[in-house]
Design a protein around this ligand. Structure first.
Ligand code: PMP
Length: 425
């Protein structure tokens, strides 16, 4: 594929003048290989077009929000219909109640819902609720786990005070002894234990939740009166139609959701059980756009598809076919290629690739063949993907492994890695 990038380069230059650092957040300049586009034009189904019109099969799915396909006709029609009636009004529409009823009907631990806009709103609100409920301060959470970009949890320390970060104790995910030690250290000040549905940290192999760890977290919360919070923002509805930890028989008190809840329209939610209801009603949380009705209409349609279609079984099967096909092709090319995480949210890392030079080269080769993958962040499958898309990805991978093999001895180190791993974790 002959990719042009002149429009992207021009936009980058202009952005450098009017956007600090040229870009912020998860698409910051330098976080991805240099040939990755920074700007996009449109998305449709499982595909994404960059600002120069190059088309990619998109395994990032907007970092999660795209579950049923970009520009999904029914979801977007529900959004547009409500937009015509009224969107951000003085108060919510009845859709909010319907949506809370739909979610509490689907998520076993949930008796109530509070809607917000970003995942960070939902995780922070869970922390505040737990502190209000317990009248204690400390949260125990896993090292390297991402829970958002507000001062208490942002991965970068710039501008953050020690006091913003106080009352947090870190443990190792899936390590029962370290969880117990952290809880012991919190003493009688433990408000909450936070958990990711599985270990989905950047730069490292992903890991399923250990059942003993999840049960221990539940037991420690029950024993101390603290609240157990599962952060479903990234994984929600890609592993289960319920809270992910229901698969291992552990129910949290609170869960935070976002990203794909309205298939890309901005909506997140904190769900909770009756134990936490009074505390949730006592905190003051709001935002100018939190009652936005059109996103709630889109979310109702998204949840209908979650409930009534076999999307989860389909993306799981596609993910498994992708995994098996990639393993075969990597082995045939002689590469140790680790695919970890659930098949619907895979992460790829090469053996003997401490500075990711192989990963970067492979990703760029895939991009050149019209497949957008990520060298160090988990990816996402969406229900708009087809078997033909997986076949195309496997063809692209075969050629990309071959291209990597030709270049592997001469690859330059990825110099940005120190910045990457310090900054993006
Ligand atoms: N928690 C997790 C697990 C996430 O992956 C994210 C976003 N990547 C967040 C919280 C924060 O969500 P948002 O970016 O919507 O604030």
């Amino acid at each position: 594929m002959d990719r042009t990038n002149s429009r992207d380069r021009e936009l980058r230059e202009r952005a450098a003048a009017v956007i600090p650092g040229g870009m912020y957040g998860h698409q910051s300049v330098g976080l991805l290989p240099d040939d990755y586009p920074q700007f996009f034009e449109k998305g449709e189904g499982a595909h994404l077009w960059d600002a120069d019109g190059n088309r990619y099969l998109d395994f990032m799915c907007a970092y999660g929000p795209n579950l049923f396909g970009y520009a999904h006709p029914e979801i977007d029609a529900a959004f547009v219909r409500q937009l015509g009636l009224g969107d951000t009004l003085t108060g919510p529409t009845g859709l909010m109640v319907e949506l809370a009823e739909a979610l509490t009907g689907m998520v076993a631990h949930a008796d109530w819902a509070i809607f917000c806009k970003n995942g960070s709103d939902a995780t922070t609100m869970a922390l505040t609720t737990a502190r209000a409920h317990t009248r204690r301060r400390v949260v125990v959470r896993a090292k390297g786990a991402y829970h958002g970009a507000l001062p208490w949890c942002t991965p970068r320390p710039a501008g953050v005070l020690d006091s913003d970060r106080s009352h947090q104790i870190f443990c190792d995910y899936n390590d029962v002894a370290s969880l117990e030690a952290a809880v012991a250290e919190a003493g009688d000040d433990l408000a909450a234990i936070f958990a990711a549905p599985f270990k989905h940290d950047t730069f490292v192999d992903q890991a399923e939740p250990d059942v003993a760890y999840a049960r221990k977290a539940r037991e420690l919360c029950d024993r101390t009166g603290a609240l157990l919070v599962v952060d479903e923002v990234r994984a929600g509805f890609r592993l289960s139609r319920d809270c992910s930890w229901s698969r291992i028989g552990v129910q949290p008190d609170l869960s935070s959701w976002g990203k794909c809840l309205a298939n890309g329209h901005p909506l997140s939610v904190m769900l909770g059980n009756d134990k936490a209801r009074k505390a949730a009603a006592s905190i003051f949380v709001t935002g100018s756009f939190w009652y936005q009705a059109a996103t709630m209409a889109a979310a109702l349609e998204t949840l209908r598809l979650v409930r009534d279609t076999d999307y989860l079984e389909r993306i799981t099967a596609l993910g498994e076919a992708l995994r098996a096909g990639l393993a075969e092709r990597a082995a045939a090319a002689g590469f140790g290629f680790r695919q970890t995480g659930p098949s619907t949210m895979p992460l790829f890392l090469f053996d003997e690739d401490p500075d990711l030079r192989k990963g970067y080269c492979f990703s760029s080769e895939m991009l050149n063949r019209g497949v957008y993958v990520h060298p160090w962040h988990n990816m996402f499958l969406c229900a708009a993907m087809t078997e033909a898309d997986i076949a195309h990805t496997l063809d692209a991978a075969e050629a990309s492994f071959a291209a990597l093999k030709r270049q592997v001895r001469d690859l330059a180190p990825v110099e940005k890695l120190a910045f990457l791993s310090a900054g993006a974790r």
